[in-house]
Design a binder for this molecule. Structure first.
Ligand code: FE2
Ligand code: FE2
Length: 187
């Protein structure tokens, strides 16, 4: 199914960024200076691609249909599972941002700890979250939603994507991902 395949591809991009985050944090632990500008780019990617662009489609389109059409189990899985984790991800990113700003003004070790804590918390959370979606939530949706509903999800996702393309969202953030992946390669 188009929408689910697309969202699984987006997960792969988010996991690449998570690898960048982990490599940048390991660099700090090994004594490298904190590159504030690069961490700001990671935050931008997490907020605008992983959250707004990807979680946006989940929350406004796919998960919405699941809670509307699939009853109590779906409601529990989405409202008390996936959406809570999206919120927790936002919290980790705002903690990372706060520590980054503190570090910029006053480069103390305690703020480095906050940067590594927020970034690693986000990385671990999203890794588990993506695994659950790829292996359980999306499969549940594909199996349980009717072909008509799946077709309407595809249609809504196509128009969401088109609108994002008009604003060069995918192009902009995949270029940032490419740049950061080259700068913080896997070890
Ligand atoms: Fe999600
Ligand atoms: Fe997702």
């Amino acid at each position: 199914m188009y929408s689910i395949e697309l969202m699984i591809e987006e997960h792969k991009n988010i996991l690449k960024l998570i690898e960048v985050i982990r490599n940048a944090c390991c660099g700090i632990l090994d004594g490298a200076e904190v590159n504030v500008e690069d961490f700001e780019k990671m935050i931008q990617f997490c907020r605008n691609y992983a959250d707004k662009h990807h979680h946006g489609k989940e929350e406004v389109i796919l998960f919405k249909k699941m809670t509307e059409k699939l009853g109590a189990l779906a409601e529990k899985l989405i409202n008390h599972g996936m959406l809570v984790e999206h919120d927790l991800g936002r919290l980790f990113i705002s903690e990372l941002e706060t520590s980054l700003n503190q570090y910029r003004d006053n480069p103390k070790t305690i703020y480095k700890l906050g940067i590594i804590g927020g970034a690693t918390g986000y990385a671990n959370l999203l890794t588990r979250h993506i695994d659950k979606e790829d292996n359980a939530v999306y499969k549940f949706a594909e199996k349980q939603l009717t072909p008509e509903v799946l077709e309407s999800v595809d249609e809504l996702v196509r128009s969401f994507e088109k609108e994002a393309e008009e604003q060069s969202v995918q192009e902009k953030y995949l270029a940032i991902l490419d740049e950061l992946t080259k700068k913080y390669p896997s070890k």
